[in-house]
Design a protein around this ligand. Sequence first.
Ligand code: SAH
Ligand code: DHB
Ligand code: MG
Length: 227
Amino acid sequence: MGTPGPDGLWSRVDEYFESVCLPPDPTLQETLRRSEESELPAWAVTPLQGRFLYLLARSIGARRMLEIGTLGGYSAIWLARALPPDGRLVTLEVNPKHAKIARGNLEAAGVSDRVEIRLGRAEDSLRVLSTETGPPFDLAFIDADKPSSASYFDWAVRLSRPGALVLVDNVVRGGRVADPMDTDPNVSGTRVLLDAVRDDRRVTATVLPSVGRKGYDGMLLARVEST
Ligand code: SAH
Ligand code: DHB
Ligand code: MG
């Protein structure tokens, strides 16, 4: 992945803010170490982004959360830590190897009682979830296969309560998202999502562009007004 920014500046600034905001966290460091050792792709949110998700979840008193794209469970640990003891995070993952590593990491982080990993294509798991009774979600974090983001966003809104937050990771993609001619399916898929958001009267949305150790990217943040 290299060191993003001129002479690694963005990574250094990330490290500086981490030293300001985030006390050393052996559990999360161990999660990243095990993920690397297992050769998972370096796709986990950054520590500052994890703390951001955690703060949002706590700020709205989220009790039920949905994550699409578990990987090694790094963002799931941040989200789960924001839950009350009887809260629940459902996280969807298609890759059995990723799910297995995540299960170990969630166990080691002491949050496995609050987290349910559902193995399978997210599209299928979402359809099943929609048939289950139970309270709607207070927060959803979408971070899986980017060409499906528009579909996941629609599901997330439908499965959430008014006032819920829906976040989508990686919508900036080094700025390539602003190029309508870009043919990368991750970019065009993200533009399909953003075109849908433009016309979606159910939500109020913004994007937080960011630079940091993962480069120039950012998250979409939407508040569900009605479902
Ligand atoms: N949220 C994680 C990173 C997720 S990376 C974190 O920040 O720590 C994206 C994950 O989505 C990968 O593990 C990938 O296997 C999973 N994924 C890709 N396509 C999927 C699909 N169709 N259904 C469910 N998960 C999928
Ligand atoms: C990619 C996916 C992610 O979820 C992410 O945060 C960074 C990169 C990718 O597919 O390259
Ligand atoms: Mg991501």
